[in-house]
Write a protein that binds this ligand. Structure first.
Ligand SMILES: *Cc1c(COP(=O)(O)O)cnc(C)c1O
Length: 376
């Protein structure tokens, strides 16, 4: 059995350092907002090339707090993609705002800047305030185009970096392009803790201060709430574990790229489409996604052969009961996202995958392809 992802393998790869980090926190007697969190905030924002990092309780909270720090509130609209985790829309709704879904580029699954501009122009009297681009699967969204649009139309940009730790565009890391960015440290992410965790990133001092207040009851001074904040703190143990793992992130991302290269070279290109990054981006392969018209058949074949595979995502957000009322009026406005949801499949992808396991996955996919191929 080859799993699709393996947080346990990540633990075993760094066991000594993680066990040491956990013991250090236990013995310190400080478990909330101590020196591990502040050290991690500095180390992670420095790694990205940004000035401020604020550790919070999850990636969803990071998005929510960033949106609120940017002044997004009740009734405001936020443009985003429907091809993403529920978390992206959940955070927008938590801030009291309304997601405005814009279709993706069918070649990448990322927000399409041209459609985005049309949606911005079409927003009319609706109070469109911000854009939340998602660097889906570890592939950076077109931040040059998106930030140019934001400047032209006076919009805030909050990057959803939950799947893209370490990815970059022209060597500038994602998370440093927008006004703010949100990261998740959910265990399966490229940088994952052993529980929930997240971070808000920004270069702007006043936005950083707002996020800092919001994460703990709106306190500047203890017990005095300046704003109606929340309780969303990264805990000391997660911070210590993340500090142990951060120095390994770059070489683990390199291994993910190696695995992607092996897949790309050996999988049947005629039956399976893949997402090909351009030369100016560094993709960090949170997921390795293939696209296939007979996706469900391939998925059951892989299951039967003991290969873990997942679908990211089976249903676009505007087709889900909670967000159905947020769908655009035009029936086919999000056709690319819908069609991708029916075709995408995520193969096993994590840095501890061995070459033998990768070969096995390739072998099984090719076996399936030979069996279903239409004879010419
Ligand atoms: C995982 C994820 C999140 C949310 O992270 P949590 O830490 O689980 O709250 C947000 N956006 C995307 C695209 C994600 O993949």
């Amino acid at each position: 059995m080859i799993p699709q992802t393996s947080p346990g393998a990540s633990y075993r790869a760094h066991q000594t350092e993680i066990d040491g980090a956990v013991a250090r926190v236990m013995q310190s007697g400080v478990y909330i907002l101590g020196k591990e969190v502040s050290a991690f905030e500095t180390e992670f924002s420095t790694y990205l090339g940004s000035r401020y990092g604020i550790g919070v309780g999850s990636g969803t909270d990071a998005l929510h707090i960033a949106l609120r720090a940017c002044g997004i509130g009740t009734g405001d609209r936020v443009a985003t993609t429907p091809l993403t985790a529920s978390a992206t829309a959940a955070a927008i709704e938590m801030a009291g705002a309304i997601p405005m879904f814009v279709d993706v580029d069918p070649r990448t699954g990322l927000l399409d800047p041209e459609r985005l501009e049309r949606a911005i122009k079409g927003a009319g009297s609706q109070r469109l305030k911000a854009i939340v681009p998602v660097h889906l699967y570890g592939y950076p969204a077109d931040m040059e185009a998106i930030t140019a649009l934001a400047n032209r139309y006076g919009l805030m940009v909050i990057e959803d970096c939950a799947q893209s730790h370490g990815a970059s565009i022209d060597l500038r890391k994602v998370g440093t392009w927008g006004h703010m960015a949100a990261f998740s440290f959910y265990p399966t992410k490229n940088l994952g803790g052993m529980g929930d965790g997240g971070a808000v990133i920004t270069n702007d001092r006043s936005l950083a201060e707002k996020a800092l207040l919001l994460r703990e009851y709106g306190w500047r001074e203890r017990y005095v709430s300046e704003r109606a904040g929340v309780n969303s703190r990264l805990d000391e143990m997660q911070a210590a574990i993340l500090r142990a793992k951060l120095p390994h992130l770059d070489h683990e991302n390199r291994r993910r790229r190696e695995v992607a290269e092996l897949y790309a070279r050996a999988l049947p290109g005629a039956t399976l489409d893949t997402i090909r990054p351009t030369a100016k981006v560094q993709h960090v392969y949170h997921q390795y996604v293939v696209m296939c018209d007979r996706r469900d058949e391939l998925l059951s074949f892989l299951k039967k052969e003991g290969i873990g595979a997942l679908i990211h995502y089976p249903v676009p957000l505007h087709r889900q009961p909670a967000y159905y009322s947020r769908r655009p009026p035009q029936e086919d406005a999000l056709a690319n996202s819908e069609s991708m949801c029916g075709r995408v499949l995520s193969l096993p992808m994590f840095p501890e995958l061995t070459n033998e396991q990768v070969d096995m996955v390739i072998h099984v996919v090719n076996q399936w392809e030979t069996a279903v191929r239409v004879p010419v």
